[in-house]
Write a protein that binds this ligand. Structure first.
Ligand code: FES
Length: 96
């Protein structure tokens, strides 16, 4: 993990690299997806996106980074990505 690289959203006071981060937007009642917690603040990636990427075959943090961009900024979300990987793929650490 790179050190000394600050999370862009943190440094900019809640603003992402390309402008303000969406905050508490009203939920579309026709949207079938449940509300999803943001996991990666640097790349604005939420939990549902991560879970979908895992179910589509991303079975490591590196593959999640390739698929979603999560963890490619400050890296502080890496633990949360590992946790979601463990939840979705409980036997992944014992595979050979
Ligand atoms: S929160 Fe910074 S890379 Fe995910």
């Amino acid at each position: 993990m790179a050190t000394g690289v600050a999370c862009a959203a943190y440094v900019s006071g809640g603003r992402g690299p390309s402008g303000p981060l969406p905050v508490n937007l009203p939920r579309d009642p026709t949207d079938p997806d449940p509300p999803s917690q943001r996991i990666c603040y640097c790349r604005d990636v939420d939990e549902l996106t991560i879970r979908r990427a895992i179910r589509a075959g991303a079975d490591s943090v590196e593959r999640l980074a390739e698929a979603t961009g999560a963890s490619t900024g400050c890296g502080t979300c890496r633990y949360d990505l590992e946790k979601l990987l463990d939840e979705e793929l409980p036997d992944r650490r014992t595979r050979t």
